[in-house]
Design a binder for this molecule. Structure first.
Ligand SMILES: NC(=O)c1ccc[n+]([C@@H]2O[C@H](COP(=O)([O-])OP(=O)(O)OC[C@H]3O[C@@H](n4cnc5c(N)ncnc54)[C@H](OP(=O)(O)O)[C@@H]3O)[C@@H](O)[C@H]2O)c1
Length: 342
């Protein structure tokens, strides 16, 4: 990237040796940035770092704020890949704000995103840094799609998100996060966050081929909190195909297995976002391979934009609020995301 090397460009990856952290580290290197590898387990860090002898390693624990400050020293951005984010995001965002370092994470947990707005809004603004939770497949991607879709509308009646995966091979981190994430799921009704109905609504959704018509169930992730924070919308609902949920809930489903040199699994995904306003309808369909792998270019694109001054505000912000959503989606397609306007 032109001018990149003239800028401070050190990016701490916290949870670097996790499944997602590894994709993020590789993507930072591919983009010409210099990751600093961090995480809580010095042995796991050392064994991951053996493949990257040129990179600095800084072990740090969320139970030890000073260790986090040391891990962030001299960096411009931290990307937190260590979840459950209900455990890690608070201490790490606090250390980032105190250090004057922009904070990004890949949280799918709604409560972890709500906490950032509650706990870091004022301090991040005062420190002049951006705190962006949920900058990944679950969360940020739908927020960018919705923001781009509704551009120019002053009020939005409804945004609907629908996600299908052909399979879900969950990581240990996904399983632990699911077990930790017990808060009632929220959607937006009447312009406000509110718990979804119990039992959740089931509906058919026609995805593009090869997914086709599928049964889905209401299952909102962090995108709801991000969208509700900045889009003038009455209703937001998120639905998820029931097939991959059975994979997730089955304890015998294996972890993802690499099928190519980049470490991606064979998993395919599709995300539909449809927005309506006064009888008009707009939206996007995004498809690609491997939700964990695809999260890396999304969050790293955000880091690059923060480093190159292509962000609009400071404080806690949603992806579509902080970045030019349409331009960012363009940057992510046709590889790794296939993006079609509906
Ligand atoms: N929003 C999205 O689309 C999206 C995409 C990918 C991942 N994620 C989320 O990212 C998280 C990681 O997923 P993953 O697939 O990378 O899982 P993973 O391979 O199991 O890695 C989890 C990482 O988090 C670290 N960690 C967990 N609890 C920690 C704590 N209290 N303090 C410090 N480090 C801690 C682990 O360190 P140890 O090995 O030392 O425990 C490990 O490095 C999960 O919460 C997952 O839901 C979200």
């Amino acid at each position: 990237m032109v001018g990149m090397h003239a800028l401070p460009h050190r990016v701490v990856v916290y949870g670097a040796y996790g499944h997602t952290g590894r994709f993020v580290t590789a993507e930072l290197l591919r983009r010409g940035l210099e990751p600093i590898l961090s995480g809580r387990d010095p042995e796991k860090l050392a064994s991951f770092a053996a493949a990257h002898p040129a990179l600095e390693v800084r072990a740090a624990s969320v139970d030890d704020p000073e260790s986090l400050m040391k891990a962030l020293a001299g960096a411009s951005v931290v990307i937190n890949c260590a979840g459950p984010f209900l455990d890690t995001a608070g201490p790490l965002a606090t250390a980032a704000v105190r250090s004057g370092v922009h904070y990004l994470d890949v949280s799918a947990e709604q409560a972890a995103v709500q906490e950032r707005y509650r706990d870091h809004g004022e301090t991040a603004r005062a420190a002049g840094v951006a705190v962006v939770p949920a900058m990944a497949f679950y969360g940020g991607l739908a927020d960018l799609m919705a923001t781009a879709a509704v551009a120019g509308w002053t009020s939005i009646d409804e945004i609907t998100v629908a996600v299908a995966l052909d399979r879900w091979w969950p990581t240990e981190g996904t399983r632990r996060t699911g077990a930790r994430n017990t808060a009632p799921r929220l959607a937006v009704a009447g312009g406000r966050l509110a718990p979804i109905t119990t039992p959740p609504q089931v509906r058919e959704w026609r995805f593009p081929e090869p997914f086709g018509e599928q049964q889905t169930v209401e299952l909102p992730f962090s995108e709801i909190v991000s969208m509700a924070a900045h889009l003038p919308v009455s209703t937001i609902r998120s639905f998820f195909a029931t097939g991959p949920l059975q994979d997730l809930r089955d304890p015998s489903t294996p972890a993802p297995e690499a099928v190519d040199g980049t470490g991606r699994s064979a998993q395919r995904f599709v995300v539909d976002v449809v927005a309506t306003s006064g009888g008009q309808e707009r939206g996007f369909t995004v498809s690609g391979q491997d939700i964990y792998a695809a999260s890396a270019p999304i969050v790293v694109e955000a880091a690059v934009r923060l480093l190159t001054g292509r962000s609009t505000t400071v404080g806690v912000a949603a992806p579509g609020e902080l970045f030019d959503a349409a331009d960012m989606l363009d940057a992510l397609s046709p590889d790794p995301l296939t993006i079609v306007r509906r």
